[in-house]
Design a protein around this ligand. Structure first.
Ligand SMILES: *[C@@H]1O[C@H](CO)[C@@H](O)[C@H](O)[C@H]1NC(C)=O
Ligand SMILES: *[C@@H]1O[C@H](CO)[C@@H](O)[C@H](O)[C@H]1NC(C)=O
Ligand SMILES: *[C@@H]1O[C@H](CO)[C@@H](O)[C@H](O)[C@H]1NC(C)=O
Ligand SMILES: *[C@@H]1O[C@H](CO)[C@@H](O)[C@H](O)[C@H]1NC(C)=O
Length: 259
């Protein structure tokens, strides 16, 4: 009797497992779908469906790739823009990335002694807390510079309109359509003013490649709102440098294509 009972339980269990498996397998509705632990880069994850938490994957359909970007302000792009970070979230169809603004908090909230704040001894973390003691903290410094290939665009020094950081070098390359020229215009400039030649923060405008012949201007201090430069080729390079002392809002600029 005991044996029959155990056998009956076993049969019921086996049947339940079989039904369970069939049911879960049947939930995989992707066309040509197969169950995998992870979807490959060119696979679309169609959602949970297979037993053992396997996924149902199907070949990528370009119109579906956008659904996979789960970042907060995520947008799928071939390349992340300047001052955006690649969230590394994937997989995506094609070599696309999910980008969002950096989590860097610009305003320092634990500065208690400004006299000590010239030296980059402490940095703010993503929660806005300083490392080490709370004597002095520096704003978290964003990566900067980049290549701009659109027919028109704009960019700023890092952290603008908050202050840039000490010891930064940022290079911004503008490349417009072959045969056209670049019209570049500062919409705001406020940098450290010159104390010694070698001891200041500057923004330099180059016509084409970086060389002494093509240097159009080296600016410090400001304001230079509306100061305009035209290139002779389809390329212009703007180089921003800050030294180890004093920080200011920096610059913002726009460019357009001249036909
Ligand atoms: C891609 O997905 C869309 C929406 O699901 C569908 O309408 C379209 O036919 C699919 N294209 C291909 C090539 O599978
Ligand atoms: C940052 O500071 C807040 C407030 O003091 C605290 O609650 C939080 O745990 C701190 N975060 C970290 C990562 O230390
Ligand atoms: C350049 O920038 C200044 C200041 O923002 C603005 O008034 C002016 O219209 C701009 N010029 C061009 C050609 O965009
Ligand atoms: C740049 O080119 C435009 C269009 O030809 C012209 O209006 C403008 O005055 C030029 N600016 C400078 C600084 O040469």
């Amino acid at each position: 009797m005991k044996f029959v009972c155990v056998l009956a339980v076993f049969i019921v269990c086996a049947a339940a497992v079989t039904i369970h498996q069939v049911k879960n397998t049947r939930q995989c509705k992707a066309e040509g779908g197969i169950c995998k632990q992870t979807c490959a880069v060119d696979d679309e994850d169609t959602g949970p469906c297979c037993r053992n938490s396997y996924r149902c994957c199907q070949p990528c359909n370009d119109t579906l790739q956008y659904a996979q970007c789960k970042a907060k302000n995520g947008e799928i792009k071939p390349v992340c823009d300047v001052n955006e970070q690649d969230t590394g979230i994937g997989p995506f169809c094609n070599p696309n990335r999910c980008c969002e603004p950096p989590t860097c908090i610009v305003d320092c909230n634990c500065r208690s002694s400004t006299s000590n704040c010239h030296w980059p001894t402490e940095y703010q973390d993503n929660a806005g807390n300083c490392s080490g003691s709370d004597k002095c903290c520096m704003p978290c410094c964003l990566t900067c510079g980049g290549t701009f290939k659109g027919p028109e665009g704009s960019f700023t020094s890092p952290n603008y309109p908050s202050n840039y950081c000490n010891d930064q070098i940022c290079s911004y390359t503008i490349i417009v359509e072959e045969g056209s020229k670049v019209m570049f215009n500062f919409t705001f400039v406020k940098l450290e003013n010159k104390f010694f030649d070698s001891l200041t923060d500057t923004v330099q405008v180059y016509d084409g490649e970086i060389s002494t012949d093509t240097l159009l201007a080296t600016l410090d201090d400001g304001p230079f709102e509306g100061l305009e430069f035209n290139s002779t080729s389809n390329k212009m390079i703007i180089v921003f440098k800050s030294d180890f002392l004093d920080v200011f809002p920096g610059f913002s600029a726009i460019y357009k294509t001249l036909q």
